[in-house]
Design a protein around this ligand. Structure first.
Ligand SMILES: Cc1cc2nc3c(=O)[nH]c(=O)nc-3n(C[C@H](O)[C@H](O)[C@H](O)COP(=O)(O)O)c2cc1C
Length: 234
């Protein structure tokens, strides 16, 4: 079994992990092996995991379970605290309203339940039958309000990527200008589209119950957000 821990950058698996999954060495290691993905990020990981699913499939491996640890702060507050942490190294809470950045220490300590459950499953031979072994442990919880904005933002990232490549090689003046425009665009998108889609999805929730259930089942799979086995492994 392989535990593939990764973090998310711009709604994609961070470049070192993508490179590993695409490399001949990575594919050799992964081939025909059950993989437990372990994501640690702010709170937008759905599109990244979609890419990891594809890459793991291409490596002829399969995802047994997915565990996600995210920042406890609200989607809006972490839009401030995460870049602050990234750009200044400051993780502390500030101005009374902004919480400490990053994954809460208690969540890191509580993640030992996954290790215990994995060990239990390995010792009892449960891993061989390809069914998830980390169900009932609140492994992956999805905020349905963020599903829409992730899709829109990722599409826009792909378009921007194409624009960058057509403008010239890395370091080209036009490309540098485009980076500045992109930076502004990103701030505007984050400040408008993300909250807007969250509000729209919240308003539409009563009429989209079945569709939301389906989306949650898909994105929270294979391990899910149920907590009925928490006591056994905590
Ligand atoms: C360039 C960059 C882009 C990021 N993009 C995302 C993102 O799209 N979604 C997300 O949930 N977190 C994002 N984050 C936050 C990281 O996933 C992660 O929480 C943070 O970098 C802390 O992990 P580290 O200590 O491994 O850097 C980003 C961080 C960086 C530096």
């Amino acid at each position: 079994m392989i535990i593939l821990a990764y973090t998310v950058w711009f709604l994609s698996p961070s470049p070192p992990i993508t490179a590993f999954l695409k490399s001949a060495e990575g594919k050799t290691v992964l081939s025909e092996t059950p993989v437990v993905t372990l994501i640690a990020c702010r709170n937008m990981w759905l599109e990244a995991q979609e890419q990891v699913k594809q890459l793991i499939k291409q490596a002829n491996a399969y995802i047994l379970d997915n565990v996600v640890l995210t920042d406890r702060g609200s989607a809006l507050k972490t839009l401030v605290t995460t870049p602050r942490w990234m750009l200044t190294g400051k993780k502390n809470a500030f101005w009374r309203i902004f919480p400490r950045a990053g994954i809460h220490n208690n969540d890191i300590v509580a993640a030992q339940r996954f290790g215990k459950a994995l060990l239990f499953s390995l010792l009892h031979g449960n891993v061989k039958n390809k069914n998830p072994v980390l169900t009932g442990l609140k492994a992956a919880t999805v905020d349905q309000r963020l599903i829409g904005s992730e899709k829109i933002a990722r599409r826009s990232f792909l378009i921007w990527g194409k624009i960058f490549r057509t403008l010239g090689p890395q370091g080209h003046l036009l490309r540098k200008l485009a980076v500045i425009i992109y930076g502004l665009f990103l701030i505007i998108v984050v400040a408008t589209i993300v909250p807007l889609t969250m509000i729209i999805r919240t308003l539409l929730k009563p009429w989209r119950k079945l569709a939301i259930e389906k989306e949650l089942k898909y994105f929270e799979g294979p391990s899910g957000s149920n907590d009925d086995r928490m006591e056994k492994f905590s």
